[in-house]
Design a protein around this ligand. Structure first.
Ligand SMILES: *Cc1c(COP(=O)(O)O)cnc(C)c1O
Length: 389
């Protein structure tokens, strides 16, 4: 970088907008694309000291019996060398353990968020439309905008949060989206869309349909075995919700031709050695992680029953590791729960269909009990404060 110009001659070369002393803010105003300036960075609240039930993390650590192996394997990694750029060994065991159909292509990402970014770089951009359903996963919209695409979010049906098929097929016909995202199960509503509607979208969409199965450890339904039937289906999953959010590893499978195109916009070495090694070990012992996710499913049922019994609350059935519920004063309840040491996700204001809604991640039995106790305190507190009015 050159020192700021000080001579008269140098000053004459400056255009008015670049005068010395121009603040970062002025330059940002001029140069950062308006649609990015209008956004806020992804908010991650501080959870220090709180029971953290806001981010769909698995509440359990890496299985105890594998910790020694993990340490040994990680310590043996030559961290002076770049990782395998294609993570071949990891992709091979992943195919086998996850049942990726033979003949499908497979690509890894630094979390599925990175894969969404690759998809938007490949298929989005000015003049391209990316379509998804709302309320839905916010990264579809954000990343579409980052890539300069037009984003269209179609509303789900009220109450059931299912696909409004007629409206969606109309939108597909009218907008010809390059890319459609369907999260099955959907976040933050927790439900699966009607299978016939998903198939209708696959048949109607002119471009790619990405079915995001981030919550597959918590449901029995999957399109993975049927992947070869649909030339425009890409199926995406992540290690995050099964208990390894800290690794940052996602994957996407589909026709090898599509995966080869996607691979062109992937950054080299996007999966680091520590992640490749740890994920490989996890896949060798998938049963231990399955025990954890089974326990979460069981806890989900209990938590659903408990919430359903609380007068004034409306809770939706879920095929994911979280529950969506509505309370008389959602935002107030969110704050009171936090004051009682429990952090949930406040969805009030995120979408009109989520008025007064909160989302709770299913935790350990102890965490769920702590949450329910705090909830009961807050609900009774709300009643008494109303009574004193
Ligand atoms: C959590 C989530 C992801 C994010 O996955 P990462 O692999 O952690 O980036 C993707 N899709 C949906 C629908 C999610 O809820």
């Amino acid at each position: 970088m050159k020192a700021p110009p000080t001579t008269g001659r140098a000053e004459r070369r400056q255009t008015p907008g670049e005068a010395p002393g121009t603040t970062a803010a002025t330059r940002i105003e001029r140069w950062v694309r308006p649609e990015i300036r209008a956004l806020g960075a992804y908010p991650v609240p501080d959870a220090t000291g709180l029971v953290k039930l806001d981010a769909m993390e698995n509440p359990w650590f890496w299985p105890r019996e594998l910790r020694g192996h993990l340490g040994e394997r990680l310590a043996a990694e030559p961290l002076n060398r770049y990782p395998d750029p294609h993570a071949d060994a990891l992709r091979e065991i992943l195919r086998e353990r996850m049942g990726v159909p033979a003949g499908s292509g497979l690509l890894l990402g630094n979390g599925s968020d990175e894969i969404i970014q690759m998809l938007a770089l490949l298929l989005g951009g000015p003049g391209r439309t990316i379509l998804s359903l709302e309320p839905g996963f916010v990264m579809y919209r954000m990343i579409s905008l980052f890539a300069g695409s037009r984003y269209l979010g179609l509303d789900l049906t009220p109450e059931r949060f299912d696909i409004d098929l007629e409206a969606l097929l109309d939108a597909i016909e009218r907008e010809r989206p390059a890319l459609v995202f369907l999260a099955c199960p959907n976040n933050p509503t927790g439900n699966l869309f009607a299978p016939a509607a998903v198939e209708a979208v696959l048949r109607a969409a002119p471009g790619v349909v990405v079915v995001d199965e981030a919550y597959s450890p918590f449901t029995d339904r999957s399109l993975l075995p049927r992947l070869p039937e649909f030339p425009n289906l890409l199926l995406m999953r992540t290690f995050s919700k099964m208990g390894l959010a800290g690794l940052r590893l996602g994957w996407i499978a589909g026709a090898p031709e599509w995966i080869a195109e996607l691979d062109k916009v992937r950054l080299p070495y996007n999966i680091n050695r520590l992640t490749q090694t740890a994920a490989h070990l996890a896949l060798e012992h998938l049963d231990l992680f399955a025990q954890q996710t089974r326990a979460i499913r069981e806890q989900r049922g209990r938590l659903f029953q408990a919430l359903s019994r609380r007068p004034g609350l409306r809770v939706w059935p879920s095929e994911a590791n979280f529950l969506l519920f509505r309370a008389p004063d959602g935002p107030g309840l969110f704050t009171r729960l936090r004051d009682h040491g429990v952090l949930l996700k406040n969805l009030h204001g995120a979408h009109p269909l989520l008025r007064d809604c909160l989302r709770v991640t299913v935790g350990t039995p102890e965490e769920n009990q702590t949450f329910m106790r705090a909830l009961d305190l807050c609900l009774s507190g709300a009643e008494s404060s109303l009574n004193t009015l």
